[in-house]
Each structure stands twice: as C-alpha cells, then as structure tokens.
Ligand binder design. Sequence first.
Ligand code: NOJ
Length: 502
Amino acid sequence: MDIPWWRDAVVYEIYVRSFADASGDGVGDLAGVRERLPYLKELGVDAVWLTPFYPSPMADGGYDVADYRGVDPQFGTPADFDAMVADAHALGLRVLVDVVPNHSSSEHPWFQAALRGEGRDRYVFRDRPNNWQSTFSGPAWTQVDDGSWYLHLFAPEQPDFNWRNPEVREEFLDILRFWLDKGVDGFRIDVAMGLFKAEGLPDVGDQSFTSRSPVWGQPEVHDVYRDWRALLDTYPGDRMAVGEVWTDTLEDLALYVRPDELHQSFNFAWLQAPWSATAFRKVIDDTVATVPFATWVLSNHDVVRHRTRYGTADPGTGMSRAKAALLATLALPGSAYLYQGEELGLPEVENLPPEARQDPVFKRSGGELPGRDGCRVPIPWSARGDSYGFSPEGVKPWLPQPEEFAELSVARQTGDPDSTLEFYRRALACRRELGRTIPYELEWLESSEDVLVFARGPLVCALNCGVGPVPLPPHDGVLLASGPVGDTLPPDTAVWLRREVS
Ligand code: NOJ
C-alpha cells in the first residue's frame, strides 16, 4: 500500500485571526496567510490547517459559523481563499480547513428561522432544560421568546444542531463537497465527539468526556464519519479528516480512527502529560498500541502554550523543555501538529488586560477563568513597529503584544543559529531528510526511569526529564540536540542520534 501523505505529515496550525494582517484592520486574514506561505515552506512543514474564516459574528473567534460556504469580509474574499490555496499547492503545501458541525452561529439563517418557529428540528429545542452545563461556564440552555429552550454546549451564540435530523446530515455532506471542490486537502473537525446527544437528554452527574456520558461520544456519531469517509474517498489525492476528539481513554479515541472513519484524531494525551518520562512513556505506549495512525500535539489555540506549561517557575526551563519536547514529538511515529508561534518559542501572554480579553470563556466565567486569549496573541514578524509587523504600520492588533515579542520576532531570530526558529528549521529539515527511511515501529532502549530513549531504525531519540545529566546512549553520530550536549545529556534536553543498523 502506498503510504498516504498525512501519515507522517507535519501540519502547522494557522489561527487566522492572529497570523498576519494584510488588510490593516488589526485582524489576521487570508491575504496575510498567503503572503507568509513562503515562510512556512522554509520552516519545513507539509501542510497548514486554517481555523475558521467563515462569516461569523465572532462570539467564539469564528467557531460560531453563520455561513459555512463563505469567507468573512474581515478575513478577505472567496478569491483570496482560492489564491491562497493555489499558492500553497504551488509551494507543495497541503491545506486543511476547519469544519464546525456541532453547532452553528445563532445568526445562521437556519437558527434565525428556528427562532421564528420554522425548521426548529434542525436544532435542539425543549420545553424544559436539563442540568447540562456549557463548556464555557453557566447553563447549556437559553430560553427564547415563546418560553422554550435551546441547547448550546458552548456559548449561547452557538446553538447545537440536531444531528438526528437527516437535513443536517445532508447539509454537512454538501458543505464538505463545496470545500473539496475548491481543492482543500482535508478537514479538521471541531468537537468531533459532540454532534449526537443521548435520546431523552438525561441529567448528568458529571459532564466529563467518559464513554458513558450522554453528552459526548454517542455511537451514532460514527455513522456520520463513515459517510464523510466515503465522500472523501471519492476525491483523488488522499483527502483526509482529523478529528478534535476529547475522550478520557485512548481506546475511545481509537473508535474514531477505524479504517472506514476518520484518518486521524488529535492525541491530546500528549499535551496533557506532565513533564515526566514515565508519563510520556505511558502516553506513547498506549497510543501506539491503540491508535493505528498516531498524531502528536503540544499546543493549539485552546490551551496554554507549552513553553509556559513546562516552565511555570522559570521561563528558561520552559524554553529548554519546549525545545526538547519538539525533538521527542518529531521523532515519534505518525504526524505532528504544530501551533503557530511555537517555532518562535512564544510564551502564553498571561497579563493581558481584562478589557482586551475577548474569549467567551473569560466573559462567561465573570473573569474567573482567564480564557484562551493568551495563546492567541498576534505573531511578531519584525522586531519593531506598532504590531511587530503583524499589521501594516500604524495599526494596533486585536490583542496587545508584550514587549518581549521584539526579541522573539521572526526577523530577530532568522539567521541566528541559537534561536528557537532556526532550531525548528533544522529539526524539520532533519526529519524530512530521514524521511521514510525510518520505520513506523518504535523500539524502547534501556534507560533510567527519568529518561526516554527510543529508536526507530537508525534514529535514536533521548529525552532527559530528570534533574541531573545522564550518559548519551550508544550511537554513531549526533544529528541534532535541543541544547548543549557532550558525552552527557543535561536535564531538560533531548538529542537525536544516529546508529548503524544492519
Ligand atoms: C474547539 C475549538 O478549538 C475551540 O476554539 C472552540 O471554542 C470550541 N471547539 C467550540 O467550537
């Protein structure tokens, strides 16, 4: 069997609002993405995933879609989208787009009609609410003028679709066709384990992602992905889908990536693991044992950036660990998803002023939860200016950037061999060079408990999560290290070694 491109791809997540602003309104856009594609090519990724750019009132950063086939004017035009895809393909980069099937915007024409009493069965309306809570705090139900209630597992501006209605199913197949016909290479599926809710909508004691939850992961959802897979398979070029699936076990996760369902699903266990060789080893073992095509992700637009997660006490430690974690991530079998700005070593921006924060999580929790704006601060391209090159001069970006972004900017780091950016470029180039000479299978080599050492054919990766230096494993050459190594591997450091294999 030919190995499909996505099996070992490095996919770069573009949070469109915060990547590059070409139009000068302080918000990132598709023309900005297009201008920066050569940067991504040079970085060495294989594909980009674009977060929603569809018409949206932006109650949840675009994850409240009012028109699934359009482009919001603040992000550009359909022609900008086509030009961006054409340029990406010309550079050899694939393009994934986000699809948001669990809920629409309350401004979507279907929900507007539902409010007028037409086609209500496309959403989940009831006479009385149950006790479900919104993921963004507060009840998951909002009452409308005639006294009935509608379900929203996220913000009230994001009413949940009723997937038991065949019209919803048909509509999404048509939406997928629309973007496939425009040439996209695949989809990232938002809240992929949502969609269906248990019949009767019973009250819950606990709303976490367990296999018995009436809220998430109902068995009917798998029929939808079988339909989607069948559709994707009718298109040439290995079109694919990756699910945003939150589950409490990897066994549940594996259900979504059966051969006739999704191609991949994000492996959040990897980003949830603490800085511990034992914890990392367990996630790796469980993943390769249960999931046929593994993915690895350290950060995205919903979680605290991993540099900050790994270094709560000391930013230097966080940076060393983040670089070391990259080498482990890129050495593992399967594909890796990077989040914009991690190649610059951006930290979580924790001190955003309350009035600047826009995440509904912050607003709906009455400021109790900081929300996700801190990982969404616009990218610094240059070391100077009103927005560090994110917007044209004289324009302030939609979230303020801290002064330390000057030092972390692309311009400052480019060409500096000690920079995080050049380290990412070297790591991605080395991974590409090793390419498919590396078998998928992973083999554990002997190590102390605090150290991960695994090999895939000629590549050996060692990651020291302990507190003291350890001897380097036997090798025939050093390929790349995340920090200074001699005969020993210091703490918070990883190395790729070459070994002769017969
Ligand atoms: C997951 C998305 O990544 C997140 O940003 C969004 O708020 C929720 N789904 C709801 O769509």
